[in-house]
Ligand binder design. Sequence first.
Ligand code: ADP
Length: 492
Amino acid sequence: MAGRILDWLKRDGAEGAPSEADALARLVAAKDAAEAANEAKTRFLASVAHEIRSPLNAIYGYAQLIERGEGRDALAAAKVIRRSAEHLAHLVEGLLDIAQVEGGAMTLTREAIRFPEFLDQLIAMLDLQAQAKGLALVLERPERLPEFVHADPKRLRQVLINLLANAIKFTDHGSVTLKVDYRNQLATFTVIDTGIGIAPEDASRIFAPFERVGGPAGERPGVGLGLAITQALVHIMGGEILLESAPGEGSRFSVRLMLSQPLSPPSEPAPQAGAVTGYLGRERWVLLIDDEPAHLAVVCGLLEPLGFQVRTARDAASGLALAAQVQPDLVLCDVALGGENGWEVAALLRRRHGAALRIVMLSGEAPHSEGAGTDHDGFIMKPFAFDALIDMIEGQLGVEWVRAAGEPRAAPTQPTAVALPRIIAPVAAAHCAEIERLVRIGHVRAIEAEIDRLAALAPEAAPLAEQMRVSLDSFDLKALSNLAKSVRADAA
Ligand code: ADP
């Protein structure tokens, strides 16, 4: 481990050894390198001890105060204890990652990944985090990207998530952009933010473990291992990472990696038996009016692969204008359209387009709640199962579905990934990979949070998430891990 820590903490030493030196010079150089490595290791261990001691002290101190019942607010104390424990857990996670890199135990897989989808999923995973801070998260990519590239998806995702999550964390206003370029097998990922920026004198040390700069500790959470791990991963993948930044002017982290293209597209996994894969007859147009971008993306992702022409609008005015322009067969309209009223939109649509236009309302509230209109043909409660939407479309448009060969699968008694719609399977698999990793380090709170994220993907994921929670509650981590594994296997 010391050798690589030396790389991080002291970028000289062994690399500086002369190539044609005599035996004595080589011995001296080797001794210097060993000493430097030893020093680096000592510094590293001191940092680890320091990082562990502060949260541990907080846990110890607050626990004693609660025990003695010294009139302290037990809830506030418990919060400090929880936060400290979380901090420790992150630390352990990061150290395990580093140990894996150091021990050479980190092996890379080489898979053909669907490049554009991979990027979209990445943005979808971080979008809520950015929205919560009022930041725009933008994916800037050329029109033409290869459909498939070879990469280790888990490690590439980890690198980009680390950089994007940092960009969101250190930006309070403006935007975070992931810019992707691909030329001659060379992929360049640039994460650009409009955040606090980094001073030139700090630019190299932030890649060392535990180095955190730019503001009082505790202001923004973190343990200072993310960039060290990111840089190590990029190097293992044979790439390079560069930083351009100035205080107050945002930061640009660029990662350059050779990602070759497969000579022929990999064979697609056979569609699930009985699953709807398309419909017969003329092309149908669907207009979706919803102010929630994530919801628009999910419904588009479900309907477009089936051959529907889907148009989307985020407010009433553009929805009505689009309806006039494209004359859709079906409108799916959210009831709570930001500040506007979806029922009024339905009434206007009905008046302008008549009964031939099918209107289905989507809402988180019951159909007969106060203020509900009557100008619609169907109603779906949010969140809805994909099958419920399919049934509704069949009922409204009378389409005849094309299904994958084979008998429809009976409802599985053991929820596994095969019960998940294909559109969410890759994202669910990513969550499951994370769950497996967290199981390995026993980070229970993070596992809970990851299961919650999995459950929030779609109603179809709820039974699976529930089963995972049951395993977690009974600390049957092996069963939990097996379940996660089976989801990944099914998504592969
Ligand atoms: P952590 O985020 O846990 O502190 P990292 O290793 O990921 O640890 O980052 C190290 C430090 O680098 C951060 O604490 C921060 O000072 C700085 N940094 C990283 N990314 C950015 C960014 N996008 N903008 C400003 N500072 C950054």
